[in-house]
Design a protein. Structure first.
Length: 237
C-alpha cells in the first residue's frame, strides 16, 4: 500500500525534474492569476514577494538544465532575494529601483539561457518546447520590472484610463509588458514619456525577433522530425 502511494509521487517528481521549463512557465502563469487577489495590503505584498522568490528559485533551477552559467544566475539572484525582502518591508524609491533593475537583469539573463538551451542542438525535446513558453513569460517579467524602474526614475511615465494620475501597479505593468510582447496592442496602459516609450519599443522589437527567430526555428525542427518519422515508416502498402 505504501509503495502504491509513493509511485505516483515519484513519477510526478521525475516529470518535474525532467521539465524545469514547464514548471517555471506554469508557476508564472499561476502568478498572473493570483496577483489580482493579493491586493496592496501588507499580507498581499508578502504573498507577492513569496511568489516572486519561488519564481526566482525555479528560474535558477531551469538555468541549471541549460548550457548557460548557473553562477551568473546565483550572483544576480542573491541580491535580488535580499532586495525583494527589503522592498516588501520598506518600499523606498532607491530600493524599488535597485530591486527592479536587478530583477530585470536576472530574468533577461534567464531568457538568454533558455534561448541558448533551445539553440544548443538540432533536436527538439519536450522540455525545449515548454522552454518556448517559459522564455516568453520570463521576458515579459523582465520588461515589467524595467517599467517599474522607469516609473520611479521618471514619474508619470505611464498613464491608464483608470486613475491616470496614480503610479501604475505591478499587475498593470505586467499587463502592458505582455500586451507589448505579443504585439496585440490591447493594453489601456500607455507610455507617455520618452524613456518609457523607448523601453516599450525595445520590447516590441524583442517580441517580433522572438517569433521570427526562436519560434520559427523550433517549428522548423519539429516539422523536420515529423518528416523523418514519416520517411522511416515508409509508404503504406
Amino acid at each position: 500500500m505504501a509503495t502504491t502511494g509513493v509511485q505516483p509521487l515519484s513519477r510526478t517528481w521525475g516529470w518535474l525534474r525532467a521539465r524545469p521549463s514547464a514548471v517555471l512557465m506554469l508557476v508564472q502563469l499561476a502568478g498572473i492569476l493570483a496577483y489580482p487577489f493579493l491586493g496592496d495590503s501588507p499580507t498581499g505584498r508578502g504573498l507577492f514577494s513569496t511568489i516572486g522568490l519561488l519564481v526566482l528559485a525555479l528560474a535558477v533551477f531551469a538555468v541549471r538544465a541549460t548550457q548557460a552559467l548557473t553562477w551568473v544566475s546565483v550572483v544576480l539572484g542573491v541580491p535580488v532575494v535580499v532586495l525583494t525582502v527589503l522592498e516588501a518591508v520598506r518600499p523606498d524609491d532607491g530600493i524599488v529601483v535597485a530591486s527592479s533593475v536587478l530583477h530585470a537583469a536576472f530574468y533577461l539573463y534567464t531568457a538568454y539561457a533558455l534561448i541558448r538551451y533551445m539553440f544548443h542542438d538540432d533536436h527538439v525535446t519536450t522540455d525545449e518546447i515548454w522552454a518556448t513558453g517559459a522564455t516568453f513569460t520570463v521576458v515579459a517579467w523582465g520588461f515589467a520590472y524595467l517599467y517599474a524602474a522607469v516609473q520611479v526614475v521618471w514619474p508619470g511615465s505611464f498613464i491608464a484610463s483608470v486613475d491616470p494620475e496614480s503610479e501604475r501597479t505591478w499587475v498593470e505593468l505586467l499587463y502592458l509588458s505582455v500586451a507589448t510582447l505579443t504585439t496585440t496592442g490591447l493594453s489601456d496602459v500607455v507610455p507617455v514619456l520618452p524613456h518609457a516609450r523607448s523601453v516599450v519599443m525595445i520590447e516590441q522589437i524583442a517580441g517580433m525577433l522572438y517569433i521570427a527567430l526562436v519560434i520559427a526555428r523550433v517549428m522548423a525542427l519539429l516539422s523536420a522530425r515529423q518528416a523523418r518519422r514519416e520517411i522511416g515508416r515508409g509508404p503504406d502498402l
